[in-house]
Design a protein around this ligand. Structure first.
Ligand SMILES: NC(=O)c1ccc[n+]([C@@H]2O[C@H](COP(=O)([O-])OP(=O)(O)OC[C@H]3O[C@@H](n4cnc5c(N)ncnc54)[C@H](OP(=O)(O)O)[C@@H]3O)[C@@H](O)[C@H]2O)c1
Length: 284
């Protein structure tokens, strides 16, 4: 099997490393010549090019560009595809992308490997990034099984855990556990930066330790990706943020009114619920 990858950054590059280590031939396309050179030098791809035409012999093509470029890339690829070529993407948002890409190319399978780091670009690509992580596939009722199966097989070969659901359910679920934490975490850092007493701010920076590291981590990642997520999953992101605002207001009220028992009840229920969200990890 020959696999094509468009967009040789953190996700596309890491995918190339793992697929090549299984003996699969990987053809890569990226925008900049320097990315293509590094990709070839690091063994991320067998061949790299800036031309989409170079992917015409690929059986499955992963589109790993930023969200804004996914549907335009599908459109530009079409002249070079055989009717059997399977396209899939790795975008963090699925509903708008799956609808647009499936109407352009019926053999399209939406996908989202839920692994990442705070780094970006080809230099951040790493082996085994997806091992043990969820990989969500979001076929539409019209997606052919012959397109879904090879993508599922490749995703499984990365050591990922496969989940299949509709794009809508995916976007609602990741808004809660990925997109909301990103914005809350960014809001946490922003709130700290709003401290006007420079001595306090300086000491806070010096004292910040593992608790702050855990709660702020996802707010310190790729800003372009954060904006794209808010833009492409706007409705579900807003839904979860409004809900979060209500929760914050309830917590503020309980503290203002000194309702310590009610506050403790909430903290007890969050303490017992947290492990359900981290079933496969050691919960501290
Ligand atoms: N980062 C995460 O945690 C994460 C997790 C899961 C899914 N995703 C999804 O994965 C996708 C890529 O994210 P990433 O984190 O890998 O970003 P990234 O590290 O910035 O990589 C994207 C790469 O795409 C290339 N590119 C940009 N526009 C292009 C175009 N029009 N045609 C071809 N190549 C283009 C860029 O390479 P050049 O240097 O050549 O311009 C860039 O290195 C996004 O859709 C994102 O939603 C990200």
């Amino acid at each position: 099997m020959k696999v094509g990858i468009v967009g040789l950054g953190l996700i596309g590059g890491s995918l190339g490393l793992d697929l090549r280590s299984q003996g699969i031939t990987v053809l890569g396309v990226s925008r900049r010549p320097s990315t293509c050179q590094i990709a070839q030098h690091r063994g991320v791809v067998d061949e790299a090019s800036m031309e989409l035409a170079s992917l015409k012999t690929a059986d499955v093509i992963f589109i790993c560009t930023p969200l804004t470029a996914i549907a335009p890339t599908v459109e530009q690829l079409i002249p070079f595809l055989s009717p059997h070529t399977i396209l899939t993407d790795v975008g963090s948002v699925k509903q708008s992308i799956a609808a647009a890409c499936s109407s352009l190319w019926p053999n399209f399978v939406g996908g989202h490997p839920m692994a990442g780091t705070a780094e970006q670009g080809i230099d951040a690509a790493q082996h085994q990034l997806f091992a043990g992580a969820p990989y969500v596939l979001t076929p539409l009722p019209t997606t052919p099984t012959e397109a879904l199966q090879p993508v599922e097989h490749l995703a499984r070969s990365l050591g990922s855990k496969i989940y299949t659901c509709s794009p809508e359910i995916h976007d609602r679920a990741v808004a809660l556990i990925s997109h909301l934490p990103l914005l809350v975490s960014a809001g946490l850092i922003e709130t700290c930066l709003g401290e006007s007493d420079l001595k306090v701010l300086q000491l806070a920076k010096q004292l910040a330790s593992s608790g702050f590291r855990d709660t702020s981590r996802v707010g310190g990642g790729n800003p372009e990706l954060g904006v794209a997520i808010a833009r492409y999953n706007r409705e579900q992101v807003l839904r979860s943020l409004y809900h979060y605002r209500q929760t914050l207001e309830r917590l503020i009220e309980q503290i203002e009114e000194e309702q310590w028992e009610e506050l403790e009840q909430i903290l007890q229920s969050t303490q017992s619920a947290r492990p359900d969200f981290l079933q496969d990890e050691a919960v501290e």
